[in-house]
Each structure stands twice: as C-alpha cells, then as structure tokens.
Write a protein that binds this ligand. Structure first.
Ligand code: HEC
Ligand code: HEC
Length: 240
C-alpha cells in the first residue's frame, strides 16, 4: 500500500507541476508566424528545397546551389523565374502561388536574396566570362544554332573519358535524359558540381566555348526518345 500511495503522490505532484506550468509561464510564448508569412531563408530552404538540393545547398540529388560558380552564372531574374515556375522536364516544381505552388512572392524573394547572401562569392571565375546561362530552345536550337554532330565530337573529346563504364552516370542513356532538362545539363556543364566531382566548363586545358556547350547539350538532347518513361521518385541518378 505504501508503494501505491507514493506513486499516487508522485502523480499528484506531477499533475500539479504540469498545471503550474500553464498558469505561471516562465518563458514568454514564442511568436507564432503563419507559414505564408515566414520569410526566414534558412527555414524556407530547409522546408522546401533541402530534400533535393541538399543540406546547405550541396550533395543533394539535384543541382549544387551553394556552388559560387552556379550563383555567378545565373542572374536574379532567371533565378527568381526558375523558383517561381520550376523547370519543365525535371522534378523541379513551381513554387510561387501565382504558378500553382505554395510560396508567396515575398518568400520567393527571400529565397533569392538568402541564396545570394549565403553562397555568392566575388569573382569565382577569376576573370573568365562563363558561357551564357540559358540553353537556346525551340526548333532553331536543334537545327541551326546548335550542331548535333559537332556536339557528338565534343562529347567524345571532353566527356566520354569520365562518363564511360559503370562508375559514372551514363549521360547518353535515354532514361537518364528523360529526367533532366537541357537547361539542367547546361548549368552542370558550365558551373560544374564541385560537391560530386563534376568539373566546370574550363576543365580540359582551355575551355569550352559557348557554342561548344550549346552543341554538347544539343547532342545529348538528340538522344532523348519520345517514349514515355515512368520516372522513379528520385529525380536523378543516385550517386553515393
Ligand atoms: C523534388 C525535388 C526538388 C525540390 C524540392 C526543389 N528542387 Fe530545385 N531542382 C530540382 C531538379 C531535379 C532540378 C533540375 C536538375 C538539376 O539542375 O540538377 C532543379 C533545379 C533548380 C534550379 C536551377 C538549377 C539549374 O540547373 O540551372 C534552381 C535555382 C533550383 N532548383 C532552386 C530550388 C529552390 C530554391 C528550391 C526550394 C524552394 C528547390 N529548387 C526545390 C529538384 C528540386
Ligand atoms: C574529370 C572527369 C569528368 C569529366 C571530364 C566530365 N565529368 Fe561529368 N561528372 C563527373 C563526376 C565525377 C560526376 C558525378 C558522379 C556521376 O554522376 O557520374 C559527374 C556528373 C555529371 C552530371 C550529373 C549527373 C547526374 O547524376 O545528375 C552531368 C550532367 C555531367 N557530369 C555532364 C558532363 C558533361 C556533359 C561532360 C563533358 C562536357 C562531363 N560531364 C565531363 C566527372 C566528369
């Protein structure tokens, strides 16, 4: 019986403590921020982007956003528009409410300025001018502006040495190409992905010209088949 009353007394004082906490708060209540009012970069990034773009913008399945070369190769307007509307042909969703997503314009702006503040570095290319960010699109990109057979040769000269065998992503696989847009390929060729060991466009003693980059992307793009491939949940190849 003695044991039981001790337990009862314990429970009683526990109940008293719990009730007491409610009555005499020792900490002020944290201010509640409704989700659509939150403009804190870190929490917006962690909630919405980290799963694909990695902790602190690196080592995720999708683009290394923390790479200063990537930050330097994309201007604010383009960055804002990609976050707003997503990237068709990839798993990058549209985020702005105006495009069917969940974030307000103020939140999209907070992401843009937060990415700059965290990840932009002065002159990451040491004076070199990177090829323009945007891959030319539309029918002219495949016929006139871009040269697929040139792209094939450039691919053999600059990419194949690393991207053959089982160790590396088979970039020429239509299954891979179905998951990645031309723009995403272009961004990776230009800025590289230091987090996974992909060199930037200057990798091979000298550098690829803007036209070379366009041609390599056009070559890879030409290998895409129209067959609908049901995409696995993970956007790009698993790397580790
Ligand atoms: C479901 C996965 C997913 C989520 C979540 C996601 N992204 Fe993406 N994102 C992608 C993929 C896939 C790409 C295109 C492929 C690549 O570049 O590797 C991409 C591309 C991008 C690009 C352009 C990169 C390029 O190739 O030029 C930016 C910028 C970007 N995302 C920012 C964001 C931001 C900011 C968020 C959070 C609001 C976010 N993403 C959330 C998957 C995602
Ligand atoms: C010095 C070796 C090397 C060279 C040269 C190289 N790559 Fe890569 N590349 C890598 C490594 C390492 C990775 C990361 C592991 C992987 O996915 O294969 C990678 C990844 C990639 C990815 C991302 C794959 C994914 O899973 O999303 C793309 C796209 C890519 N490379 C394109 C190219 C293109 C196009 C060229 C030629 C212009 C090229 N690479 C040249 C080493 C190289």
């Amino acid at each position: 019986m003695r044991l039981r009353s001790t337990v009862a007394a314990g429970l009683f004082s526990l109940a008293f403590l719990v009730a007491g906490c409610g009555r005499f708060p020792t900490h002020p209540m944290e201010t509640y921020v409704p989700p659509d009012q939150n403009v804190d970069f870190q929490s917006l990034y962690n909630t919405n982007c980290r799963a694909c773009h990695g902790v602190n913008g690196e080592n995720g399945p999708a683009m290394d956003l923390a790479n200063p070369e990537f930050e330097a190769s994309i201007d604010d307007a383009t960055l804002r528009s990609i976050i707003t509307s997503g990237m068709p042909g990839t798993q990058m969703p549209a985020w702005a409410q105006s495009a069917g997503g969940m974030l307000t314009d103020a939140q999209v702006n907070a992401l843009v300025s937060g990415m700059r503040k965290q990840w932009q570095k002065p002159d990451p290319f040491q004076g070199a001018a990177p090829p323009p960010f945007a891959q030319p699109i539309g029918p002219s990109a495949k016929s006139q502006a871009a040269d697929v057979s040139q792209g094939h040769q450039l691919y053999q000269a600059h990419c194949e040495s690393c991207h053959t065998g089982h160790a590396r992503q088979q970039l020429t696989s239509p299954i891979y190409l179905a998951l990645v847009s031309d723009q995403a390929l272009r961004s990776i060729i230009i800025a590289g992905r230091p987090d996974i060991g992909q060199p930037d466009w200057r990798h091979d003693n000298g550098q690829l010209s803007p036209q070379d980059v366009t041609n390599i992307v056009a070559y890879l793009s030409s290998l895409r088949t129209n067959a609908t491939i049901s995409a696995p949940a993970v956007p790009l190849s698993s790397r580790r």
